[in-house]
Write a protein of this length. Sequence first.
Length: 219
Amino acid sequence: MTISALDASSAAQGAGQAARATLTSNYETFLVLLTAQLKNQDPLSPMDSTEFTQQLVQYSQVEQQIQTNDQLESLISQSHAAAAGSALGYLGRTAIIASNSAALTDAGAQWSYTLPEYADSVRIEVRDADNRTVYEAEAPAGSGERTFSWNGDNQLGIAQPDGAYTLVVTAENDAGEAIAATVQVRERITGVDLAANDPQIVTAAGARPLSAIRAILDD
């Protein structure tokens, strides 16, 4: 079981604090200069208040923007924490995942794919980590959900090493138009990676975003 974490909210808070410190320093300098100008102005020809009034308004707008950013960062941090908590609840569970990558083990590898309309021709390819085709075959015509199981042998009947393999489905209708197939795998979630902005689940085939989960199964 693997769990890693990165406190991204600390970095965001640090950036907000730095922005406020810079604004405060500039604002205090502005007030010092404004006070000096007011003290030393010619009573018979007072300075125009329009310019420094505009500057005061600008400082107020910048301060409001910083506060708005702080609130947004807080909301993002809370959302990230909620997603992380949800992901941790999936540890050890078997899930249906939207992915064309499956892990090859002693039991082989298995995918399911769905054709949204009738396909007159269907061809499947299994590719290794270097995107080389190690196995390919024609699949039955039709539509709907199908299951493809691969025993791990290439075209010559030579067993391939364990690891992650990708299934590519190429389908066409009777007019020769391409049909986009959706591919899913069934795998056990063995870890959760919290280092990215969006938590990821980890399986034997690698890491996927939490949004790739389509269903959690009761084992």
